[in-house]
Design a protein around this ligand. Structure first.
Ligand code: SF4
Length: 479
């Protein structure tokens, strides 16, 4: 039986997807490969690239990480100087090759491909409407809906058809698309998911995160604004804002967990926000301890902030393995325990006899925290004080982050004391909402905090629960 570690360790939130696009570069496929490599943390289930040589589109996508999916000979076949790419962790649709992106189709507007990061609240409604109009879907991914909407648009001009399609979407979308001669990038009017542009060798690069420029070279220019559509073709780059203005609502979890600390998202350094989360936590919820230990890697910077804020020494008491492949063979039973053990090693020489503050970025079901605390105790830690750099997660996300249902979120039904008992921590404290806003700093109100408070910036239709989404996809022709 082949199983996937990220399913085994599903006690944490999962990144959604990462996208990349480049216009008019002689090595478009290679640069896109490197760009995807640098945002691999946003999704490891599948990867894909579509290029255009000016006459036709070339596509390759497969299950697995970027380095597995794109050997040199495949990259060599992806000809052309326009490219878009995608790394995926599924939030809707199942984990199958048909759902890997970019998704490509031929239509009245010519060949077109789309790579999408986010989650569409009305995808199921649109899908049923399109199926009634004769559309045949090849995947269960809501991103395919976008392609069908474009091809069903009555607008003759490709850009107008594209905008016509996007104006029907409700939900979170940052996306890149290409035709034979054009690259398009767009961000939904709320700006839930990040998207930025930069320059490389005089050409335009679009990416989920600015950290790509460390790998591919070039320079970060600016964030794509919420509601902005950018079109790059031989006439140059054009920016339009065709949608009604909405309150900006960047996912605050981009700072807490999803984005690389090397990135700047909507003008803020992820590293700096994350470090402030730790130092505010130390000020508000001190602990009498000998060392501060992060749950690596996503909590490293917050733990550093806690250590510096409290004056308690920072130690890597847990080491994360970076060499676990995407899949492995199940050994025996207790699969979930095995997954956690593979991911972390405790360091007894560091931990033995010590009072430890362990800093993590979030608690979802509570199972992972319990295993980590157990691991620290087995390595000799005398006391374990758990500090969480985000507030209590009480509500699921409908904008592209894979969270369990409300009932499965331990924070929705248990008190902090009950969660401390469940995880085995000697003490437990979460970031306060005011602490989170203080760490985000200027413009803190222009973010989504819905999973902590239930105030969704874009109304969730009553029939759009996780089960409803999955139910309709199960009913679809794919199954
Ligand atoms: S609900 Fe939570 S995870 Fe989802 S977009 Fe809002 S802040 Fe981000």
């Amino acid at each position: 039986m082949i199983i996937e570690p990220n399913r085994l360790t599903a006690g944490s939130l999962r990144e959604e997807c990462g996208i990349f696009g480049i216009y008019n570069h002689p090595e478009a496929a290679v640069i896109t490969y490197l760009g995807l490599y640098s945002i691999q943390h946003r999704g490891q289930e599948s990867a894909g690239i579509v290029t255009s040589d000016g006459e036709r589109l070339h596509q390759h996508r497969a299950m697995g990480e970027v380095r597995e999916v794109f050997p040199e000979e495949i990259i060599a076949e992806l000809k052309g100087n326009i490219a878009i790419g995608h790394v995926r962790y599924s939030t809707t649709g199942t984990s199958i090759l048909a759902n890997a992106q970019p998704i490509k189709a031929d239509s009245l507007h010519g060949s077109m491909a789309v790579a999408h990061n986010g989650n569409l609240l009305n995808a199921l409604y649109l899908r049923e409407e399109l199926e009634q109009a004769g559309a045949i879907f090849h995947s269960t991914s809501d991103s395919e809906v976008i392609l069908h909407l474009i091809s069903h648009s009555r607008k003759e001009d490709t850009l107008e058809a594209f905008i016509d399609a996007l104006s029907r979407l409700k939900g979170a979308f940052s996306l890149v698309a290409c035709t034979e001669d054009t690259l398009i990038a767009a961000r939904d009017p709320y700006g839930f998911r990040p998207l930025c542009i930069g320059r490389l060798d005089g050409t335009v690069v679009v990416a989920s995160e600015s950290c790509v420029f460390d790998i591919v070279g070039g320079s970060f220019e600016r964030d794509v604004e919420p509601g902005e559509v950018l079109v790059m073709n031989r006439r140059g780059m054009e920016s339009v804002k065709p949608f009604p203005e909405k309150p900006h609502s960047l996912c605050v979890f981009e700072y807490i967990y999803f984005s690389s600390p090397a990135s700047v998202v909507d003008g803020k350094s992820v590293y700096e926000v994350r470090k402030r989360l730790g130092s505010i936590l130390a000020k508000d919820f001190p602990a009498d301890a000998d060392m501060v230990v992060p749950v690596p890697d996503s909590s490293n910077v917050a733990a550093l902030g806690y250590a510096q804020g409290s004056g308690i020494p920072f130690e890597f008491g847990l080491i994360r393995s970076h060499y676990i492949g995407r899949t492995f063979i199940e050994p025996v039973q207790r699969i979930r325990d095995f997954g956690s053990k593979l991911k972390y090693n405790a360091v007894p020489r560091i931990l033995s006899g010590k009072r430890v503050v362990v800093v993590d970025d979030s608690i979802v079901r509570g199972t992972t925290s319990g295993k980590i605390i157990n691991m620290l105790r087995r390595a000799g830690a005398e006391e374990v004080h758990l500090r969480i750099s985000s507030p209590i997660i009480t509500h699921p996300c409908f904008y592209g982050i894979d969270t369990p249902t409300r009932e499965e979120l331990i924070g929705s039904s248990s008190s902090v004391e009950e969660i401390a008992r469940y995880t085995g921590a000697d003490s437990l404290a979460y970031q306060s909402m005011s602490g989170l806003r203080e760490a985000v700093g200027e413009g803190a109100e222009a973010h989504c905090y819905a999973c902590f408070c239930g105030e969704y910036p874009l109304e969730i239709p009553p029939d759009v629960g996780k089960e409803a989404l999955e139910g309709i996809f199960r009913r679809s022709k794919m199954f």
